[in-house]
Design a protein around this ligand. Structure first.
Ligand code: KG4
Ligand code: ZN
Length: 344
């Protein structure tokens, strides 16, 4: 069966076609990064309006790329939450109206389920069960994943998400929005050992995280340098490298602890921060030492995209978790939505 999927929870409009047997057929993405950059962050109303502009042309693009028509589609999937309410409503209303007009089921997908199943689009595909490290702009969680729809929360951040820590520190360093990739880029020129930053909750013994203290530590360091008039390019690069190293160290240590506590040997990394090269290499190294394996989504599918939403729906269909006969088309979105409540 062919699933048409929509993602519009934040600042990326994503549309994809996934076949339950053959996998990803095509995906198209429009990022609003340039539009929001002038404001230093996502402006929700502008995001919603841009999703309205992009979603139909992107749908036409994936259909044209595959040579398929809407008549070939067997189900429509969309991100129902969590995310920005207005932005979510664009994807939900387009998906539901299309499904209604084509007499197809419409499947509401949790955004984080999309992220955490997305590494299964890669080759090799991680088998269940595995530990998932979800690291995005809004979430930092460790989950035990026993199957599609079987998710147990092992630990999460008490305050800022890992992506948020990258973004906020980048802002302090004047790197603009989005900060993660820019900070990672600047970090390549810096010396992480030149500055010691805290590793919050590293030895807490549990699987929770805390990142909000990091930006305060960076701010204090910057203020001291400002009063001494010694803010230099070198200091900025060293701070970027030290911040990245602190975040990566904590993520690696907690991921290893999660594998130890669950006795599992597979770790799947998902979400925007999963694109970070240092995180990828340090995790791969730490896991190799323990004869465990790390799996990552393809780089272009780390950040928000439609492929992960269509793919999550396709996997739910394949597992028999979707009532395909259900063609009711009333809908609602859930800007706040706990992934554990989607468990089967
Ligand atoms: O998953 P995602 O696209 O959106 C959310 O659902 O939040 O993640 C976006 C987050 C942002 O905080 C961004 O700065 C971060 O992922 N990010 C990175 C990198 N690429 C994206 N952080 C560190 N290094 C990167 N290369
Ligand atoms: Zn995301």
């Amino acid at each position: 069966m062919i699933v048409l999927g929509f993602e519009s929870s934040c600042d990326e409009t994503g549309v994809a076609l996934v076949c339950t047997e053959k996998g990803l057929l095509a995906h198209a993405l429009h990022t609003q990064v340039a539009m929001h950059a002038a404001y230093g962050g996502v402006v929700p109303e502008l995001a919603s309006r841009d999703h309205v502009r992009r979603i139909i042309p992107l749908t036409r693009a994936v259909l044209a790329e595959t040579g398929l028509t809407l008549q070939d589609v067997g189900a429509v999937a969309y991100t129902a939450g969590p995310g920005l309410a207005g932005a979510l409503l664009v994807g939900a209303s387009v998906a539901q109206s299309l499904a209604w007009s084509l007499d197809l089921p419409a499947i509401a997908i949790h955004h984080l389920e999309g992220h955490l199943l997305s590494p299964r689009l890669a080759d090799p595909c991680p088998e269940f069960p595995f530990v998932a490290l979800l690291v995005s702009g809004g979430h930092t969680q460790l989950m035990r994943v026993d199957d599609v729809g079987c998710y147990t929360l092992l630990g999460e951040t008490m305050d800022d998400a890992a992506g948020e820590a990258f973004d906020k520190t980048a802002k302090l360093l004047g790197l603009g929005y989005p900060g993660g990739p820019a900070l990672a880029h600047l970090a390549e020129q810096g010396n992480a050992e030149a500055i010691t930053l805290p590793r919050p909750m590293l030895h807490s013994g549990n699987l929770d995280f805390s990142f909000s203290g990091l930006k305060t530590a960076v701010l204090t360091r910057l203020k001291t340098a400002q009063t001494q008039a010694i803010v230099s390019e070198t200091l900025a690069a060293d701070l970027a490298a030290a911040t990245q190293a602190a975040i990566v160290d904590v993520l690696v240590a907690k991921s290893v602890l999660a594998l130890d506590q669950t006795g599992l040997k597979r770790l799947v990394v998902a979400g925007g921060v999963g694109a970070n090269r240092q995180l990828r290499s340090k995790l791969a190294l730490a896991l190799k030492k323990r004869k465990a394996e790390a799996f990552f989504p393809p780089l272009d599918l780390c950040t928000d995209n439609g492929a992960m939403i269509a793919f999550a729906a396709a996997q739910r269909i394949s597992k028999g978790l979707v009532d395909l006969a259900d063609k009711r088309h009333g809908f609602d979105v859930r800007p706040r939505w706990d992934l554990a409540t989607t468990a089967t």
